[in-house]
Design a protein around this ligand. Structure first.
Ligand code: TC6
Length: 698
């Protein structure tokens, strides 16, 4: 039964039971409405408690319904606002008992109840803005009435949840100190006796007197990006202040209906499911179980190794950090400790927790220390010889069940695996820098990687709080192989006279977190040079702009040298354009124009964006055709979580689909008439899908 009813001494306890997360699909909405109506008619019931079990009170509206329009969609009656009005207007008090996640429509249901009792570790929030919508079931009307307009708008615009203890502090709920449901039953009985607190719908939402008449306008002006959802959130909260409750509610639902079909919301809904799909390994038998990982060794205590060790320690694992000598190891440990100290100083962690985490961090300088761990992650220098030496030794010293992983970003994992007697136990774990911050983890499946090892790596990525994406072996795997084509176009644009900051500006205005030149300044231009040299050494003779190498020769490696394609303020690291770079780029473009006989032309934002983004999608289609990526949506997950692609555009593959693949081909044909036209050869899969009127992400 989606709603379980238990009547205890005059209080009906309704338990939502719609696995996996109690999302309010049409069935649950109907069932809750019916259960509520039924208990209201029972004379022996004087009050109601609504709960959802320990893991999920509710994850909100069923996103699948509005993504696919299935099962009648979110607007099929009874809608969630209809059910919440039933709760709000119930003749007997209704108390929400909240444990686990209480998100979106789940919190809106709780706000429709007359009182809320919450477990300290519950998670309450209105994350709708992250799906390009707004809380459309009364959240923008009731939350300001519960905790004040400013705090409410903060929660609604950020989408960031709070825990139960914080919710109690905000006045959103009463903290349970014992058994949650028993506490809620006690509150319900009391409310039946004294009428309880007034319903939120009867209160007013008011701004503090000192907020100023233009407060809402200032919130709009302060938005990082004026996307439809945050704008509508502000408008709906404004309606809560300015309109009677029922009119505010109507305004909110109308805005919800408009938002749920916007391209931004469609892209964000797609991204939500894409991330969950990425966790699935195609063709893996359900009998394959991941191994338990409790002890990990990380080889290499540089920035990457120390970052990976931090991630593993944070996830509760015992970690041995290794480097060639004690000085190297201690440098890594000092960096990790500094990070924790900063967290303590900022009040994000207490000292005891820091000490517990550091207590899980051990060090060694001899690979023999890896003998008894479940997993070794090698994060040594990016050189095949160095890595093969390490794996040869690991093969000898590690127990037979130890999984051997490499963090290589470009090298051939199969060649590393082949040096061992257990290639089936070798897998790639490609973390992105800085490892504690970046969510993406490419899990590289070698030719011999055993299904159980792959499943373990994917389960580990979840435990580490990362989004794992399976990739096959090729130079650069998914993310970096595609980024090479993106960068190639960016440099070709400079060849044709576009300045680096103009390329970045166009892509950043489009939505990329950082343009390609700023990105290379962050990653290190010398790293880019080494990657290009590595590809050349592997026989890649395709033309490449000479601009980045000329640029590197000047020692302008990027942020780490204070100068790259921009100049950087040493203290704040703020970037500024540099006239020297403009002069270099212009001189370079002049040389290219002479060499290739190019006539000067103006290249605008539209062409810059199209060339860079379609280069990504085309290479993505090639990867998909070669089976390097399991599905197009996995490629989008890589770009959304590792390369600053704007979530509201869905990812490079979704973007190509949004343009229409026929249009994509037409654009590419147009580029065929331009400079370095050989790079506009559409991937076979792109042709295939476009001619069939299909999509890459279908
Ligand atoms: C809203 O409420 C609007 C209201 C206004 C209406 C008018 N719907 O993430 P997991 C599925 S908007 C449908 O792997 P976790 C998920 O796809 C909503 N399905 O688990 C997956 O399915 P699979 C606002 C959902 O423990 C399975 O459940 N709410 C929904 O790591 C397990 O999910 C949110 O934005 C849903 N709402 O994390 C919350 N939620 O197994 C969205 C989950 O077939 N949800 N599924 O792949 C979450 O943030 C997380 O799922 C979680 C659980 C924290 C609830």
């Amino acid at each position: 039964m989606p709603v379980h009813i238990d009547i205890r001494d005059g209080v009906a306890v309704l338990t939502l039971n719609r696995p996996p997360v109690n999302s309010f699909d049409l069935t649950l909405r109907r069932d809750l409405r019916a259960a509520l109506a039924m208990v209201m008619t029972k004379p022996e019931v004087e009050a109601v408690v609504l709960t959802g079990g320990t893991r999920h009170f509710s994850a909100g509206a069923d996103i699948e319904e509005f993504a696919s329009g299935t099962r009648g969609g979110a607007t099929a009656a009874p809608t969630l606002p209809d059910v919440i009005i039933d709760l709000d207007q119930a003749a007997k008090p209704v108390v929400a008992a909240i444990a686990g996640t209480c998100l979106g429509g789940g919190l809106e249901v709780a706000l429709g109840c007359h009182h809320r009792v919450v477990a300290a570790n519950a998670t309450l929030g209105l994350p709708e803005v992250k799906l390009g919508i707004l809380p459309g079931a009364g959240g923008t009307q009731r939350l300001p009435r519960a905790i004040g307009v400013k705090a409410a708008l903060d929660m609604i615009l950020s989408g960031t949840p709070v825990n139960g203890a914080k919710a109690a502090k905000l006045g959103l709920a009463t903290l349970s100190t014992g058994d949650l449901v028993e506490d809620a039953v006690a509150v319900a009985r009391q409310a039946a006796r004294d009428g309880g607190k007034p319903r939120l719908s009867l209160l007013r939402a008011e701004l503090p007197a000192d907020a100023g008449a233009d407060w809402f306008q200032r919130q709009i002006d302060g938005l990082k990006r004026p996307l439809p959802a945050p704008l509508a959130c502000i408008e709906a909260v404004r309606a809560a202040v300015e309109l009677p409750f029922s009119q505010g509610l109507q305004r909110e639902f109308n805005l919800f209906r408009e938002l749920v079909v916007t391209p931004e919301s469609k892209a964000l809904q797609y991204a939500f499911f894409a991330e969950r799909r990425a966790a699935r390994i195609d063709g893996l038998s359900p009998d394959v179980q991941p191994r338990a990982i409790e002890r990990v060794a990380v080889i290499g205590a540089g920035t990457m190794g120390a970052g990976i060790a931090t991630v593993a320690v944070n996830a509760g694992l015992e970690v041995i950090l290794l480097d060639r000598d004690e000085a190297g190891v201690q440098k890594g440990v000092a960096g990790i400790t500094k990070g924790y100290d900063a967290a303590v100083a900022k009040g994000r962690m207490d000292g005891a927790e820091r000490d517990r985490r550091l207590g899980r961090l051990h060090t060694a300088t001899d690979l023999a220390a890896c003998a008894a761990v479940n997993l070794v992650i090698e994060a040594a220098f990016e050189d095949m010889g160095v890595k093969q030496d390490i794996f040869r030794t690991l093969d000898k010293v590690c127990g037979p069940d130890t999984i051997l992983a490499s963090n290589t970003s470009t090298l051939d994992l199969d060649a590393i695996a082949a040096i061992t007697s257990r290639p089936q136990s070798v897998v790639g774990l490609h973390f992105f820098s800085p490892a504690p911050v970046m969510r993406l983890l490419e899990v590289v499946r070698g030719a011999e990687t055993a299904p159980e090892v792959l499943a373990t790596a994917m389960a580990l990525s979840r435990k580490l709080g990362k989004v794992g994406v399976v990739a096959g072996v090729c130079n650069g795997f998914i993310g970096n192989r595609m980024v090479e084509e993106y960068l190639r176009q960016a440099y070709f644009l400079v060849d044709e006279g576009v300045l680096p900051w103009q390329v970045d500006g166009a892509l950043e205005r489009w939505g990329m977190a950082m343009g390609p030149f700023a990105m290379m300044d962050l990653a290190g231009n010398d790293i880019g040079r080494a990657i290009r040299a590595g590809r050349k050494a592997l026989g890649d003779e395709r033309p490449y702009s000479t601009f980045p190498d000329k640029f590197c020769a000047l020692g302008r490696f990027g942020q780490k040298t204070g100068k790259g394609y921009y100049q950087y303020d040493p203290a704040s690291r703020a970037r500024e354009t540099d006239p020297e770079v403009d002069a270099l780029a212009q001189a370079h473009a002049k040389e290219v124009a002479q060499e290739f006989g190019l006539s000067p032309r103006v290249i605008g934002d539209e062409e810059i964006v199209a060339r860079c983004l379609l280069a990504l999608a085309n290479e993505g289609a090639a990867l998909l055709g070669e089976g390097i990526a399991q599905r197009a949506s996995d490629i989008d997950v890589v770009y959304l979580n590792g390369y600053g692609f704007p979530a509201h555009k869905g990812g490079p593959m979704f973007h190509a689909d949004s343009l229409g693949l026929e249009n994509v081909l037409r654009l590419m044909e147009g580029f065929l008439e331009g400079y370095q036209s050989q790079f506009w050869k559409p991937a076979p899969l792109l042709w295939e899908k476009a001619s069939a009127g299909g999509r890459l992400t279908a």
